[in-house]
Design a protein around this ligand. Structure first.
Ligand code: PEP
Ligand code: MN
Length: 325
């Protein structure tokens, strides 16, 4: 970004004002007048705020690579519920995979009573091993929709393949793109074409810039809104499953003004850390949480070690609802 000064401006005064706003400023030599370069990494300040400073003639900015995402409001409406932009945190929970009709009904009842608004659960599961449980598919979608309707919840579930997008869109309120598929561009196009809100998980080795451009693919392809979801990136230390990047959460929320949820379950990979990471995520500016739960984690078909018991979800959500009425 470049700030050009009027001929009668006091460069020192303007520079002090720019620095006061949190910007890192480098004076450039120019044929006429004074120009400051503002480093891209410094604070997010609206161009109009800079133009209002006495002595500033013009502010030139590079074109954004994700104009549709920039135009999306900080608070996104999904089913009449505002998410982000200071709205109370969205609470989403459910099993890693929908394992049976009875299981999802039991959990939906418990979670609705706990204050959850969204029910999560995989019908199509991306699994590292081809021999692991890969989800019950279409029947699981139906079970989840029925359970959510019975207890007044919305449904978010993952679309694993372009050919599943329409079937998932028929039952889900929000379509999820998983970490492993953040840059599966054919999948993004198929999901976007459904014209629905999308929860876009961050790729486990994706930069924030790549994540935002994947979100732009969705909006350019017709998605009605994009909610980002940080779920941890690959770290160097296997003590936790992934490294929860709360810096990225604060950046996306504050600098880009976008709603970002946090999934502390896949980040931690162990249930004992989930409450602390949930609190930290909200403190960093997360617009909500996505939590995995199971009523018999030892027998879970996937991700048992990170599943909170339903009563622990109730306790966590009660605490959060108390702090953010
Ligand atoms: C999930 O939320 O079900 C999931 C598979 O998570 P991720 O894509 O973040 O690994
Ligand atoms: Mn999982």
């Amino acid at each position: 970004m470049f700030v050009t000064l009027t001929d009668d401006a006091s460069p020192g005064d303007v520079q002090r004002e720019l620095v006061r706003l949190g910007l890192w400023v480098t004076p450039l030599s120019a044929e006429r007048g004074v120009v400051f370069r503002v480093e891209a990494g410094s604070a997010a300040v609206d161009r109009r705020q800079l133009l209002a400073i006495g002595g500033v003639a013009d502010v030139a900015m590079p074109a954004s690579p994700h104009p549709k995402l920039d135009a999306q409001p900080a608070r996104v409406e999904v089913g009449g519920r505002g998410i982000g932009g200071g709205a109370p945190p969205l609470l989403c929970a459910g099993p890693c995979a929908v394992e049976s009709e009875a299981q999802i009904f039991r959990l939906a009842e418990h979670l609705a009573a706990a204050g959850a608004e969204w029910l999560r659960g995989g019908a199509y599961k991306p699994r590292t091993s081809p021999y692991a449980f890969r989800g019950h598919g279409e029947p699981a979608l139906r079970w989840m929709r029925d359970a959510a309707d019975r207890f007044g919840l919305s449904v978010v579930t993952e679309v694993l393949a372009p050919e599943h997008a329409a079937a998932v869109a028929r039952v889900a309120d929000v379509l999820q793109v998983g970490s492993r598929n953040m840059q599966s561009f054919a999948l993004l196009a198929a999901v976007a074409a459904e014209g629905r809100p999308v929860l876009l998980k961050r790729g486990m080795a994706a930069t924030v810039g790549e994540w935002l451009l994947a979100a732009e693919h969705l909006l350019a392809g017709g998605a009605s809104a994009v909610l980002l979801c940080e779920r941890g990136v690959r770290g160097f230390d296997a003590s936790t499953r992934n490294l929860l990047d709360l810096g990225a959460v604060a950046l996306v929320a504050q600098v880009h003004g976008l709603p970002v949820l946090v999934d502390p379950s896949h980040a931690a990979g162990r249930r004992d850390l989930v409450p602390a990471l949930s609190r930290a995520a909200l403190a960093a500016g997360a617009a909500g949480l996505m939590i995995e739960t199971h009523d018999d984690p030892g027998a879970a078909l996937s991700d048992g070690p990170q599943a909170l018991l339903p009563d622990a979800v109730s306790q966590l959500f009660a605490e959060i609802r108390g702090d953010h009425p």
